[in-house]
Design a protein around this ligand. Structure first.
Ligand code: AHM
Ligand code: MG
Length: 337
């Protein structure tokens, strides 16, 4: 009996961590944000369960539809999207939810005082990897609606620069299910313990290695990249660079997770097909940039810091260079349009 109680005490769950962290860094906080994050935790546990069973419950493959961005919608994309909407939509404090999969924002509550949070998310990142048992993930970003009322326009509340995020995180459904989150006081990482269904603390206050000889890019697009990126990639393979490795999973969330732990740089530059870059500013670049900077890393679009970008459209895309500070700076030293 005693042993059971003490081992339960030793389990630091993500919910407990979020509450303790809020008490420590924001003693006057109302607890709304903690409550809201626990909704995200629940949603990702449900998604993780679907992902693990996908091969035998007939939820692999596409729905036959295309999303607003002209991409094929996978059945699991829809399940993940619906799960997040269901787990967060009933929260009193959630005013607007914005998904990469949906054309329009979900207005949960008209801009009333209590519903001050805006959740932006990519329900299942790495869609092309769903059917082949390669890591995929969920990325989320939390903002507060503008205090000045935003002229009463919903879009003015949603289209805020990334530095205004109050929380962000991701979950990777990989060889284990791992979650990282920040509320602006460092980045903390948890692993889902399937035997008891809770995320348990695995690393606190993560520091991204300041440099790392690893680059991550879809190099098949080499001929389409701007000249400066081509020059960087030639340099990375040169004797002068001293032995870089290439790693590219094709799920941003998993490539970022590795970069966070091992160091290096991930880049998705503009291509002829996607001249503004492929990745989405609001659901992918912003939350990961917040996490990167919280761990000592950097995130840039080639012209400016990602978190300073003023979004102009819901599904806006951006080029992205993210990772260890020295490696991001190195790419920028070659960058040209
Ligand atoms: P998705 O959100 O529809 O899955 O698209 C984003 C994904 C990223 O996870 C990944 O970095 C990129 O697209 C891969 O693109 P590509 O196949 O062009 O290399
Ligand atoms: Mg994505």
């Amino acid at each position: 009996m005693k042993a059971t109680a003490s081992s339960a005490m030793a389990i630091r769950t993500v919910q407990r961590h979020i509450i303790e962290n809020q008490r420590k860094h924001h003693p006057g906080a109302t607890g709304e944000l903690s409550w809201l994050l626990s909704g995200i935790v629940l949603a990702t546990k449900i998604i993780s369960d679907y992902v693990r069973r996908a091969g035998y419950i007939d939820i692999l493959g596409s729905t036959g539809d295309e999303n607003v961005q002209g991409e094929v919608v996978q059945k699991l994309d829809v399940i993940a999207n619906d799960t997040i909407l269901a787990c967060l939509g009933y929260h009193d404090d959630v005013g607007i939810m914005v998904s990469e999969e949906d054309d329009e924002p979900h207005i949960i509550k008209e801009l009333d005082d209590r519903a001050k949070y805006i959740i932006l998310f990519d329900p299942l990142d790495g869609s092309s990897n769903i059917d082949v048992n390669v890591s995929i993930g969920t990325i989320f970003s939390v903002m507060q609606r503008r205090e000045d009322g935003g002229g009463g326009k919903v879009m003015d509340h949603i289209l805020q620069p990334g530095y205004r995020q109050v929380a962000a995180g991701y979950v990777v459904y990989g060889s284990s299910t791992v979650m990282s989150y920040t509320t602006g006081d460092g980045v903390h990482m948890f692993t889902l313990d399937p035997s008891i269904g809770v995320f348990r603390l695995s690393k606190e206050n993560i520091t991204m290695p300041p440099a790392g000889k690893m680059y991550s890019v879809n190099e098949a697009y080499f001929a389409q990249f701007p000249k400066g990126v081509q020059e960087y990639l030639k340099w990375a393979k040169s004797d002068e660079a001293g032995g870089y490795a290439l790693r590219y999973i094709g799920s941003l969330v998993a490539d970022f997770h590795r970069t966070l732990l091992r160091g290096g740089v991930f880049l998705y530059p503009p291509t002829k097909k996607a001249p503004g870059g492929k990745l989405r500013l609001l659901y992918e670049a912003n939350p990961l940039a917040f996490l990167a900077e919280q761990t000592g890393g950097a995130a840039h679009d080639g012209t400016q810091r990602i978190l300073d970008k003023q979004p102009t459209a819901l599904h806006e895309r951006t080029s992205l260079i993210i990772g260890s500070k020295a490696e991001v700076d190195r790419v920028l030293s070659f960058w040209s349009d």
